[in-house]
Design a protein around this ligand. Structure first.
Ligand code: OFO
Length: 170
């Protein structure tokens, strides 16, 4: 049975993951409106990953005999100054998520919940990748600045991203 405090903290994280899904979907829509379909694809895949993150928590709470409580999801921004701005926000958001995953891990350690620690380790590792992915594209965008040729080249590359659910799926 999951500890109530841990259950509540995971429910709050489910909400953050669902907000992440919503945020990246909003970014995908914005990029599509800019005719940057590769960026839109990347954000759409990112959005699907976030749903996966939320559902992995969701199933875990149920499996541990807890209750999933869904809360209202905040409205994401619908406008971004340029691609660089969207990726600055993405990296900042992922750093915020990492911070919250670390807090969840701190709580699992405090409660001496070994199962939760093992489960949360997947997210700790995943966040390294989440931040690195956003940071890489942000740095590439900073390199090309407003050069349309560079932005279009990057757009082609981001068009190749596909969603592959991790094999460790709960
Ligand atoms: Fe779920 O990792 Fe991004 O937000």
């Amino acid at each position: 049975m999951i500890n109530k405090q841990l259950q509540d903290a995971i429910n709050a994280q489910i909400n953050r993951e669902l907000y992440s899904e919503y945020l990246y979907l909003a970014m995908s829509a914005w990029f599509a409106g800019q005719n940057l379909d590769g960026f839109a694809n990347w954000m759409s895949v990112q959005s699907q990953e976030e749903r996966f993150h939320a559902m992995k928590f969701y199933h875990y709470v149920i499996e541990r005999g807890g209750a999933v409580i869904l809360e209202q999801i905040d409205k994401p921004p619908g406008y971004f100054k340029n691609p660089l701005h969207a990726f600055e926000m993405t990296l900042e958001h992922e750093q915020f998520i990492t911070d919250n995953i670390n807090k969840l891990m701190d709580l699992a350690i405090k409660k001496n919940d070994h199962a939760a620690k093992s489960f949360l380790q997947w997210y700790v590792d995943e966040q390294v990748e989440e931040e690195a992915n956003a940071d890489k594209i942000l740095k590439q965008l900073a390199m090309v600045k407003d050069n349309p040729h560079g932005v279009l080249m990057l757009d082609r590359e981001l068009a190749t991203r596909v969603f592959t659910p991790p094999v460790t799926a709960v």
